[in-house]
Design a protein around this ligand. Structure first.
Ligand SMILES: NC(=O)c1ccc[n+]([C@@H]2O[C@H](COP(=O)([O-])OP(=O)(O)OC[C@H]3O[C@@H](n4cnc5c(N)ncnc54)[C@H](O)[C@@H]3O)[C@@H](O)[C@H]2O)c1
Ligand SMILES: N[C@H](CO)Cc1c[nH]c[nH+]1
Ligand SMILES: [Zn+2]
Length: 437
């Protein structure tokens, strides 16, 4: 039976479970992942290679960790020409979108006479992109991460991605990396790759920031390494809400509901609607649509929509305003809005990492081709985190310059506040400050 909830009848435990979704799984894995992270810290490449062998069933030597130019050239030969063309068009749209985000390298304003202040923008010097490959290959994740990194001009863009059963990286992801100007690519997977990037090994030099999505093992490793390295936005198992009213087409809603649910058993697809008629139509359509999916996607959807641990389903509310309140509390990664006037609802939608409006903007277009970024905060973190942007690869530094006139205007204020806070050295630095040379 597909999960069907009436919002007003959800008890607090059920509500809490939906709101926490995959975050609970990540919490439970911290103790399991901790020894893996420590082992890679202590034994470097040797430990990394052992864990790759254990979890990916691929035996690599240290000299095979890094992808060579010949591997990239072979990937171009292996890649289907139509897939290549699709990747090129998608990258173009993603590039156009992200170029608009790029801020000026620096800006200054006059705060008061003699006081100039502004910001200087600098690319982060080294960033690693984790591109998943457990339940499928993700060239789209490669270009969603590498495009803004290259627009931001990060001098060292590193990628780690798991090897397939043949020990190779999927050709589409390699080509996407090359098209986007990635500098180093390593065959390295899961929590062990995150630890290698954070601490460095004999082969992989450490980076200052790691970004990119991953399964709960990857997310748990990032959570443990917070404080050692910048772990970026929390992008765990994919999830979506379709917010719909009685005008939505049940056939399209049912199809779109499976989109993020098919990522894995820990993914969530929720329909939130104030229309009982729509909810019941979608409920009737879903079983056949799930049954038509190939394995393992079918089982992933069954777990999400039907099992006790699944967090997908249909939520019926009494009003659209109640539906919007729930969406804002849930803060989904992807929000698809299928109501009669989507733009009219936009001002009320506060917490979602991505909002796709209308029946012609289904979630897969956001995942792949419309131009917006699909690497997004999950698990409710869209309350505070943004979608991936060029800003994830840049940092801002405040810069100020004062003339003697400007200094005189703030020195007394500075001294008084320094004394009030109990900092005599701060106060003395602005008392009778005479420039002798
Ligand atoms: N939020 C986003 O923007 C976004 C985008 C794309 C994908 N995703 C999510 O990313 C995830 C990708 O997951 P994936 O599994 O396909 O790839 P992945 O690369 O994240 O994880 C696969 C790796 O996990 C490790 N692993 C597997 N079983 C293990 C075990 N028992 N113990 C320790 N390590 C183990 C292996 O090393 C394996 O290579 C999915 O949850 C998907 O929903 C999120
Ligand atoms: N749904 C993912 C982000 O949550 C993006 C993606 C890539 N490929 C398929 N889907
Ligand atoms: Zn997806």
């Amino acid at each position: 039976m597909i999960h069907f909830y009436e919002l007003s009848r959800l008890d607090s435990a059920q509500r809490g479970r939906l709101l926490r979704r995959s975050e609970t799984v990540i919490d439970d894995l911290l103790d399991y992942v901790r020894p893996i992270v420590r082992d890679v810290r202590d034994r470097g490449d040797k430990a990394l290679l052992e864990y790759i062998e254990r979890f990916d069933h691929v035996r690599l030597s240290a000299d095979r960790l890094r992808v060579q130019q010949a591997d990239i050239e072979r990937a171009y030969e292996l890649l289907d020409k139509n897939v290549y063309a699709a990747i090129k068009q998608a990258i173009q749209n993603v590039r156009t979108f992200h170029e608009r985000q790029l801020p000026h390298e620096q800006w200054f304003t006059e705060i008061a006479p003699g006081i100039t202040a502004g910001e200087k923008i600098t690319p982060i010097s080294s960033v690693a992109l984790y591109v998943p490959r457990g339940k499928g290959a993700f060239p789209s994740v490669m270009y969603m991460l590498a495009t803004p990194a290259s627009i931001a001009k990060v001098p060292r863009i590193v990628v780690t991605t798991p090897p397939g059963p043949d020990g190779e990286i999927d050709p589409a992801s390699l080509v996407a990396a090359d098209l986007c100007g990635v500098h180093e690519i390593y065959r390295a997977s899961g929590a062990q790759a995150i630890a290698a990037l954070a601490y460095g090994t004999e082969t992989i030099a450490r980076v200052h920031k790691i970004t990119g999505p991953g399964n709960p093992y990857v997310s748990a490793a990032k959570r443990l390494l917070y404080g050692t390295v910048d772990v970026g936005l929390p992008a765990g198992p994919s999830e979506s809400i379709i917010l719909a009213d009685e005008h939505a087409d049940p056939e399209l809603v049912a199809r779109d509901l499976l989109v993020e649910a098919e990522h894995g058993p820990d993914s969530s697809g929720l329909l939130v609607t104030d229309s009982r008629v729509l909810a019941e139509q979608v409920l009737a359509l879903l079983p056949d649509k799930i049954a038509a999916l190939p394995e393992p996607r079918q089982s992933f959807c069954r777990t999400g929509f039907e099992s006790d641990k699944g967090t997908g389903g249909i939520i019926l509310t009494t009003t659209m305003s109640e539906a919007v309140d729930f969406v804002n509390e849930y803060a989904p990664e992807h929000l698809e809005v299928q109501v009669s006037e989507p733009f009219a609802l936009l001002p009320d939608l506060k917490n979602a990492a991505e909002i796709l409006l209308g029946p012609y903007t289904p979630i897969p277009t956001g995942n792949f081709s419309v131009g917006t970024n699909a690497i997004l905060p999950t698990g409710g973190f869209a309350h505070t985190y943004s979608c991936t942007t060029v800003y994830d690869f840049l940092k801002r530094t405040g810069v100020a310059y004062m003339t003697q006139e400007g200094y005189k205007a703030v020195s007394e204020t500075t001294r008084r506040l320094a004394e009030f806070e109990g900092f005599p050295a701060h106060a003395r630095a602005v008392t009778e400050r005479v420039i002798r040379r």
